[in-house]
Design a protein around this ligand. Structure first.
Ligand code: ADP
Ligand code: TRP
Length: 331
């Protein structure tokens, strides 16, 4: 196992879907075998845009369950909730904020985007979002950071903070490098854009959905708009048919070959093709569902408490070193 520390935050945004699984979770989890990994659920970050005390805890627990169900091993990696080490992270965030130029933060495209989307709630935390993210990473001396492309600009800011901080106080932190997540984009069932939980529920398949629900949703999926009758040949390509596009992620190559031939020969219609897609998705989700059902509230609590202890140990070591370097806490 590499000594380098891998750190990544997972947003507590509720139900995860098969797009999240393929594009992010699967890859992140595979990394637990190779690195000293820290995975946390970013509940403090959620407050910048979703200050909702009623369901924040519930969302954190749902996301934690999803990650355990898809194979995150809390024995191999450190799995915790961001607010479990709120003291250390918030303290480090304050120190880092002193070396971060405000102009850069205000020019950050993700800030501008969010400020435009929520013009009535442009809070101080929103501007500082990347600084808090840098604190999440540096509190464990993280150097490898799996993120989606939209987060690269935040990592650039984290690197800038590290350079300035180290220049002032000595070589305390490594410069965090991105580990780019799987670039695949699972299309929406509606055929419009990628699958996303911000869209209507009919557009995605959640990891916890059962066989019947999957079948129902896939049945309504957008397919080949030029194929109106079953006796017409279809266009089973990524561009020609959304359902075929989905098959490319979930169905084996040999089965796909049969589908292509049957669709082009008009011996199967969209109904049958969709049935086989829902079966492929169900095969993927069945073990995840089963594992998810076995995760009790008590087990989840124990896992997150164990993670908190481990994360706290590492965070306290780093924050002590930082205070010393800065020249704080003489008494
Ligand atoms: P959503 O659009 O559902 O809100 P997020 O923006 O929270 O998803 O993304 C969480 C992670 O899942 C990111 O790393 C993102 O790249 C990945 N992801 C989201 N949707 C898809 C998709 N349809 N296909 C592949 N990866 C995806
Ligand atoms: N901002 C990340 C996102 O929206 C989540 C996150 C918070 C994160 N802190 C982090 C990711 C630290 C990597 C490292 O997806």
């Amino acid at each position: 196992m590499s000594k380098e520390r891998l750190v990544t935050g997972i947003r507590a945004t509720g139900n995860l879907h098969i797009g999240n699984y393929y594009g992010a979770m699967k890859g992140i989890i595979e990394l637990q075998e190779k690195y000293h990994a820290y995975y946390f659920i970013a509940d403090i970050h959620a407050l910048t845009t979703h200050p909702n005390p009623k369901d924040l805890k519930k969302k954190v627990l749902e996301v934690a369950k999803d990650y355990l169900a898809v194979g995150l091993d809390p024995e191999k990696s450190i799995f915790y909730v961001q607010s479990s080490i709120a003291e250390e992270v918030a303290e480090l965030h304050t120190y880092l904020s002193m070396v971060m130029p405000l102009g850069d933060l205000m020019r950050c495209p993700t800030f501008k985007e969010k400020a435009k989307k929520h013009p009535d709630n442009i809070n101080y935390g929103l501007v500082g979002y990347p600084v808090l993210m840098a604190a999440d990473i540096l509190i464990h001396q993280g150097s490898l950071i799996p993120v989606g492309e939209d987060q690269l600009v935040h990592l650039e800011i984290a690197r800038k903070i590290v350079r300035r901080f180290n220049q002032l106080y000595g070589e305390i932190f490594p410069e965090p490098q991105p580990v780019i997540e799987n670039a695949v984009r699972i299309p929406s069932l509606t055929g419009k854009g990628k699958m996303s939980k911000s869209d209507e529920t009919a557009s995605y398949i959640g990891l916890e959905e059962d066989t019947l629900m999957i079948e129902r949703k896939v049945k309504k999926a957008y397919s080949d708009p030029t194929r109106i009758y079953k006796h017409q040949p279809g266009h089973p390509t990524v561009e020609g048919c959304n359902v075929y596009h989905l098959h490319t992620f979930f169905t084996s190559e040999s089965e796909r070959k049969e589908i292509i031939a049957a669709c082009q020969g008009a011996t199967i219609g969209c109904v049958q093709c969709k049935k086989s897609l829902s079966e492929s998705i169900d095969v993927l989700l069945q073990p995840i569902r089963e594992k998810r059902e076995q995760i009790s509230e008590d087990y989840l609590h124990d896992v997150l408490l164990y993670g908190k202890r481990k994360a706290k140990e590492s965070a306290q070591e780093v924050i002590s070193e930082v205070r010393k370097a800065i020249g704080l806490r003489m008494i």
